[in-house]
Design a protein around this ligand. Structure first.
Ligand SMILES: [Zn+2]
Length: 250
């Protein structure tokens, strides 16, 4: 029993997972808050300090790449220093034991993979793979050194190097979109973790499963756009609730 968390909801969630034909997880910023990565959108988060249009939009990357790169190096450093928390580890455990088929994440921090998850669809890309915007040659992250000239440029064509993430003003790459929705359409249960359902098209995934007769488990710090349609809504920190659910499944 975790303080303040209804154990009957933990059992109900475990039961839904045990009875699912195909379960997946959808994760967002709230999951990595417990790893010390602030939710960009929350008060005090990065978007209250920086204007995303100036530091994280495709327009800024083209017009003022040095400023975007300054921001990227700070954000990447924060993500590298963060460690997966017990919520990430519990999801990896659920995949290893065949309870879930994969994770669709809106996070760009790579913490699911570092926790041991293998089927991870990074809906908004990641901050660990880089390529040249002009010639599309891949660029190794190791070549980005502290104190190097910004923006980082391609050694072949001197084009600007960019991370493989979805900037504001960009579409989700079509193959990622297809992969995410193919997994969605096989699933009859989704565990929504740390995401409030305000960013399309990721917000369409859980309702799509629900509309097809599937179920939703929601784990969030506060009620969200999902709460009215969730079969079980457990309010609290994912790094406490997910391990409790795993414990209940053993
Ligand atoms: Zn190039």
């Amino acid at each position: 029993m975790i303080m303040g968390i209804d154990s009957s909801k933990i059992s109900k969630a475990a039961e839904l997972i045990a009875n699912a034909g195909c379960a997946i997880a959808l994760t967002g910023a709230g999951l990595s808050v417990g790893s010390g990565i602030p939710d960009f959108r929350s008060p005090g988060g990065l978007w209250s300090k920086y204007d995303p249009e100036k530091v994280a939009s495709i327009r800024a990357l083209k017009s003022d790449p040095a400023t975007v790169w300054q921001f990227l190096t700070e954000a990447a450093q924060m993500m590298r220093q963060a460690q997966p928390n017990d919520g990430h580890k519990a999801l990896a455990e659920l995949e290893k034991t065949g309870r879930i088929q994969g994770v669709i994440t809106q996070n760009i921090d790579g913490l699911h993979q570092r926790a041991g998850s293998s089927n991870v669809i990074e809906f908004h890309g990641n901050c660990s793979n880089f390529f040249c915007m002009e010639c599309f040659a891949p660029f190794a992250a190791d070549n980005i050194k502290a104190g190097c000239d910004l923006p980082v440029r391609c050694p072949e064509c001197s084009g600007i190097i960019r991370p493989d993430l979805v900037f504001f003003g960009e579409q989700i790459p079509s193959e990622i979109y297809r992969e995410a929705f193919a997994l969605t359409d096989q699933s009859d249960l989704i565990i929504v973790v740390g995401t409030s359902g305000e960013v399309v098209p990721a917000s369409l995934i859980a309702p799509r499963i629900k509309d097809a007769g599937g179920k939703i488990i929601e784990i969030n710090m506060a009620p969200s756009a999902y709460s009215a349609m969730s079969d079980v809504f457990i309010e609290g920190a994912a790094e406490q609730i997910l391990p409790a659910i795993v414990q209940n499944l053993i």
